[in-house]
Every structure is written in C-alpha cells, then in structure tokens.
Design a protein around this ligand. Sequence first.
Ligand code: NAD
Length: 376
Amino acid sequence: MTARILEKEGAIKASKELVFENIAVEGYEQVIKISNKKTKLNAIIAIHNTKLGMALGGIRIQPYKTFNDALMDVLRLSKGMTYKSAIAGVGFGGGKSVIIADPKTAKTEELLLSFGEAVEALNGRYICAEDMGCTVDDVMTIRRVTKYVTGLPSDKSSGDPGRFTAWGIYRGMQSALKKIYGQESVKGRKVAIQGLGNVGLHMLEYLFWQGADLILSDIDEEKAKKMALKYGAKCVTPSEIYKVECDIFSPCAIGGILNDETIPQLRCKAVVGCANNQLLKEDHGKMLKNKKILYAPDFVVNAGGLFNVSAEVLKDGYNPIAPRDQTDRVFDGLIAIYEIADKNNISTNEAAIQLADYRIQYGIGKRQETPYFPNI
Ligand code: NAD
C-alpha cells in the first residue's frame, strides 16, 4: 500500500501550533498527519469508513522507527476497526490513531493535550480510546480538552476493557473446541498463550478455573515464570511458543505473527487470540486453512472491549450487563463464520470479511441514536 503526503493541502489549524496535513490514501475516508512542534506531537489519525457510524478506535503510542511504519500500522488498524464494528453491530465506523513517541519516556501532559485538541477539531468524526502505550489515565488527560473519548475509568464509566476482551477470547476458544471436538469445554485442553498482558492475564484466570492445561510465553520472561508458578503452567521461550503441540494457540501480544515463517511451525488445531491483525497478509488465512488449523478471525473474537466501550455512550449511562451478554455471543458469531467458510470453501478470515462488507454495503447495524458523551 502506498500513501502520498499532500503537504499542507486542505490544512486546518485548531490552534496556532497544531498543524493538520491530509494524506491521500485510496479506500480511506480521511488520513491526517498532526503535528505540534511545541509539544513534540507527531501523530496520525486514520478514518477508514464511517458508513455505519462515527469512527471509533484506540490511540497507540509507540516509538515507530519511521513515519511510514506508523502510517502502515494506523491504516491496518483502522480498517480492522471498520470490520470489527461492522460484525459487532455497535453502530460505529473504523478509525485509529498513532502517536509516534516512546510511551515510557516521551508521553507528556502537553503532548496528550495537544493530541486531544486535534480530536476535538475533528468534531466527533473520530472517537478515541486506549490502546497499546495509552492508559486510562492518559485518556482522562485527553478528556480534559475533548468529549470524544471512550474507555473512561471504572469509577466514572466502563473502565478497563481487558476483562471483556478476555471473556470474548475465552468464548472464542470454546467455539473452536465445539467445532473441532463437538464439545466446548476447555477442561484438559492444551492452550498455549503468547503475551501475558492485560488481556492475557484475565484470560489465564478464566482458563485456570475451568481446568485448561496452560503453556505460557512472554518477552518478559520473568513475568512468564511468575505466572507459570501461579497457574501451574509450563513456560516456554518466545520463539518456542509457535512449536508447542496444543489444541489452541492464543496470540495475545502483537500483530503480524501468523506469517510464512511461523505458520509452518504451528502444531495447534486452532488459533484464537486477542492481538489485532494477527495475519501478516490476508493470504495467511488460506495458509492456515490448508494446514487444517481453525482460525478465529481476530476482529470477530476480540470485540469484547468494543462492546464495553460502546455501552459508554448511551443516554442512560454505562451498565455492564448488555456488553457482557454481547461478548458472550461471540461464541455464536464465530460458529456462524465457521459455517459460512465451510459452505463456500473459503478461509474463516475471508468469510468474516465478506460478512462485514455485506453489513457495510447494506447499512446493517447502522447507528440510529447519536452517541451521548456524559459530563464527567
Ligand atoms: P499489553 O500491552 O497489556 O500486553 C502485551 C503483552 O505481550 C505484554 O506482557 C508484553 O510483554 C507481551 N509481548 C509483547 N511482544 C511479545 C512477543 N513478541 N512475544 C511474547 N510476548 C510479547 O496488551 P493487551 O491490552 O493485553 O493487548 C494485547 C493485544 O490485544 C494487543 O495487540 C492489543 O492491540 C489487542 N487487543 C487488546 C484489547 C484490550 O481490550 N486490551 C482489545 C482488542 C485487541
């Protein structure tokens, strides 16, 4: 995918220092480079598609090596959000943002506030939330200058989406087991988890108490060892995790990890995890199919957090019951996708994309009520 930077074309300015530059990318409604020399903000907001509602997606803060790396990431992630929202039926479109900065050293209050100013200037076309490198405290800082923020803390609203995402992954694992063995129970099933972060740790709890046999890996090997002790699990190195013979391999760390190099190593029956953009290329979905590995499309199985933040913008206020029930039904959504894939002899990823495209084309699940952003 190539993108052409149209310098200063159509540039708008929210404040003197904040500069917007449109980047023309085919297939995307709007991609904007945002910079502020004073606060050292260097960010991109990508709005992929708003046919079903305003674009919603997290803010990823990462020290990308090049601007183009950041651009490619935000494009892939925002498109994924369009598909995720379309399948989930939450009445949002797809968007995402990246701030090019090291979240450990360069995430200042001024930087976050100037990013918030940019979100505010878009007047609700893009609604932000947390993502990697961006915490609940950070979105609260951004919330000081714009109301177009979700993922607010639990004393104010929906709180950490991780437990919802994790429950959706757990239900996704059950759907895969049901499809493969005719029984959904995880008891005695081998589950190999890559990445023990926010989602991974919630998932561990669910799996442990339901009797799964766990194999763990994290680049933070100390953390992996600690968790292995806590959950009676086996621990392997980050490179060994792909080769583990298991029922389910669960990628819960980074994207692009299902590729030409890793797929031949896999000895699992299914892949079910929360990481976004797990397939490096769409064709890798076919490669998994050819290896008879059942793949739960990431943007379907990891929608729990999206259900949860979507419940924030209701007039009656946040209530976790509806998103809990929606997350639980991830099981049924996946069973339907496995069936579509089987009937049409296509990969599960292609089936999910076709379903999402159909819903977007016919406006199925289009938002009827304007999102309500409470005063906090
Ligand atoms: P996190 O940052 O809390 O955790 C990621 C974990 O993965 C960390 O422990 C990190 O050390 C580990 N890790 C990083 N690279 C690794 C590698 N190569 N091998 C093994 N471990 C590695 O993130 P999270 O909130 O748990 O989210 C995990 C993934 O799921 C991300 O890709 C995120 O975009 C996606 N996701 C998260 C949510 C959510 O609700 N948090 C929702 C949808 C999708």
